[in-house]
Design a protein around this ligand. Structure first.
Ligand SMILES: Cc1ncc(C[n+]2csc(CCOP(=O)(O)OP(=O)(O)O)c2C)c(N)n1
Ligand SMILES: [Mg+2]
Length: 356
């Protein structure tokens, strides 16, 4: 019989916030089953991230960075991508707040725990990278990079391939607001929007109004990051990424537009950063930002679409799953020195650039 997960607080449903009648009306825009599926995945992703933070704080990992506060944006992405390998499917070039998307795509919790605990069983990096630095070639999920924003340049490559193949797959790239100061972001806007040579890309920015400890207000002359994409005639908008319904519908519309026209679209999603930047800033809950899960759950409860008891069960189920996964992973091996050259160019068929 498995042990019970300690730390009951994490398994408790969140305290409810006020839901306006206007926001309750938006629940009719999507089928009930989909609303409940999104809520389920948001809880799962949050419970996983909170488990990762516990693992870090217990000294079982060196570093944590992740996505609590971005579930209402990341889950709708994961539910709508065309999942598979190769140009016929969507490519994802994401940054280090991608857990909700991958949970929605079907990543088992244990694989994220293997990554943060640096075990050789970690399918993303064999135990050699940070938390949330995922890589799943079988789902076209390109490796998350530690240098920020380089994914915007790399994503142009897969979008070019898809254009050449005339495939229905599109390329999706995500990143943070502060990173848009890097030249890679500007290059992405330029190269994706050339007249007559537009690329099938969904370019997104998760604006949490912070770049570690630098605030958005002191750093940006533009009002909306989306305004910069508009200057390149890219279909662009800023949305409330704390609302899973708004996120879902915007993504649905824009993904369909890109598949149909082969042209890029841009979404700036306003999100919260609920545990600060990373473990480097303490990984403690901040109570002055809106919690998308709390907000959505309140609406579902008020509308009678879900019951308190079912919500409680959900939190307990996922808290327990995370706890049990940690116990299993503890017994798994760390990478050995023999695997140091695996998955790098050195010694592989691509090692010698002269043979390209
Ligand atoms: C090229 C580069 N410069 C600086 C850093 C250090 N760094 C790591 S995260 C970060 C802030 C990024 O903020 P933002 O793009 O808004 O993303 P967020 O973490 O807020 O999601 C910085 C400056 C880095 N990793 N790479
Ligand atoms: Mg930011």
């Amino acid at each position: 019989m498995a042990k019970k997960a300690p730390g009951k607080a994490a398994a408790k449903p969140l305290k409810t916030a006020k839901a306006s009648s206007q926001s309750l009306n938006s629940l009719t825009k999507l089928p009930k089953a989909l609303l409940l599926q999104m809520h389920d995945l948001m809880v799962k992703s949050r419970m996983l991230e909170e488990r990762l933070i516990k693992i870090y704080k217990a000294g079982d990992a060196y570093f944590w960075i992740g996505a609590p506060g971005e579930e209402a944006w990341g889950v709708p992405i994961g539910l709508q991508v065309l999942k598979g390998r190769g140009p016929e499917y969507d490519y994802l070039h994401m940054h280090y707040r991608a857990t909700p998307t991958l949970v929605a795509m079907g990543m088992p919790m244990i694989d994220s725990i293997r990554l943060i605990m640096n075990r050789s069983t970690d399918p993303s990096t064999g135990g050699r990278n940070f938390s949330n630095h995922y890589s799943f070639p079988e789902w076209n999920v390109a490796p998350v990079t530690s240098p920020i924003e380089v994914q915007y340049g790399i994503a142009l490559g897969t979008a070019h391939v898809q254009k050449r193949h005339k495939s229905k797959g599109i390329t999706l790239v995500t990143g943070g607001d502060a990173g848009t100061a890097e030249g890679d972001f500007a290059s992405c806007l330029i190269w994706s929007s050339r007249k007559g040579r537009e690329l099938p890309m969904l370019i997104t920015v998760q604006n949490n109004k912070w770049g570690i400890s630098t605030s958005f207000d002191g750093q940006h002359g533009e009002t909306n990051i989306a305004d910069r994409a508009r200057a390149f005639n890219i279909k662009a908008r800023s949305i409330n990424g704390n609302d899973p319904i708004e996120s879902y519908l915007t993504l649905q519309e824009d993904m369909a537009y890109i598949r149909k026209t082969g042209k890029p679209a841009f979404i700036e999603a306003h999100v919260s950063r609920l545990y600060g930047h990373s473990s480097a800033s303490g990984a403690n809950f901040v109570s002055n930002e809106l919690c998308c899960l709390n907000d959505f759950e309140t609406k579902l409860l008020k509308a009678g679409l879900i019951k308190e008891a079912a919500v409680k069960e959900l939190y307990e189920k996922y808290a327990q799953e995370g706890f049990e996964a940690q116990q299993i992973v503890k017994g798994e091996p760390v990478p050995t020195s023999e695997s140091i050259w695996d998955n790098v160019y050195v010694g592989s068929e691509n090692a010698d650039w002269r043979k390209f």
